[in-house]
Design a protein. Structure first.
Length: 270
């Protein structure tokens, strides 16, 4: 714990105030003060990565949570072979994200992919270029990530649904409540702790996304899908600028800490 966590965190914080090319060895570490943090404020790629991270978070957190909640309720109440559907939805989550990305890369191929072939069959002559278009690359990645993680969210919600007493629904039916009324007045309120758990974990996960972007687009085209963690990787392990990479890492830490604190405060007030 001391070596892999405490020392690593302390050393990373120290490096964020230095200028160090990894290839120069320990002797190449030079104190630079706040230079790295000042540089971040004027680095257009960092600002672009922050913007992309926010867009990615909006696309991969609230929308999948809402879809997963609806699907979980349907499977829990209305579908036969519940265990079968649990497995079907959960398989993408436990599969290798690189394997999932490779399949979707083929599906989203601009000219030969089944998705665009289907769109052209519908009469759309100029379908989106998906991963190779700066306008749609981040949206495409968000679709893939949301699809891959949907099963996990559904399973968590179904676990929460088992803790809701059927007596509440029976009492509501006696009072003449419709299905939608029961959903919004009983299911959604009693699943708030589950939703809060998913919100926290998915928010943190959205700001730590790296592998799927590294495989599919490498932050491109034209930095349209670059995110904070990918910029850390580029600076630290491509440009070997460990000082600047450490400073970006602490920016990410601060962002996640603020988001977590804000959501906890909202939860306590509620």
């Amino acid at each position: 714990m001391l070596l892999l966590n405490v020392f690593a965190l302390g050393f990373s914080l120290y490096l964020s105030f230095t200028s160090w090319n990894l290839l120069s060895g320990i002797s190449g570490i030079k104190f630079a003060g706040l230079e790295n943090y000042v540089h971040m404020l004027h680095d257009p790629t960092i600002l672009k990565a922050l913007k992309n991270n926010l867009i990615y978070t909006v696309l991969t957190v609230p929308v999948p949570i809402a879809i997963a909640l609806v699907l979980a309720v349907l499977i829990h109440n209305k579908v036969f072979w519940k265990d079968y559907f649990k497995v079907v939805f959960f398989i993408p989550y436990i599969s290798s994200i690189i394997a999932v990305a490779a399949v979707w890369s083929a599906l989203f191929h601009p000219s030969l992919g089944p998705v665009n072939q289907f769109l052209m069959d519908l009469g759309i002559s100029n379908p989106p270029k998906w991963l190779v278009d700066p306008k749609t690359s981040l949206i495409s990645i968000a679709i893939i990530s949301s699809w891959a993680g949907l099963g996990y969210t559904i399973i968590i919600y179904m676990a929460g649904l088992t803790n809701i007493s059927n007596e509440l629904y029976e009492a509501a039916e006696i009072d003449g409540a419709t299905g939608l009324t029961k959903f919004f007045k009983i299911t959604v309120p009693l699943l708030r702790p589950t939703t809060f758990f998913l919100l926290i974990t998915m928010l943190i996960g959205s700001f730590k996304v790296f592998d799927i972007i590294s495989y599919l687009t490498e932050g491109g085209p034209d930095n349209s899908s670059t995110v904070i963690v990918f910029r850390i990787y580029e600076e630290g392990f491509v440009n070997y600028n460990m000082g600047y990479a450490s400073a970006i890492s602490w920016l990410l830490f601060a962002i996640i800490a603020v988001i977590t604190a804000a959501t906890w405060k909202m939860r306590k007030e509620e």
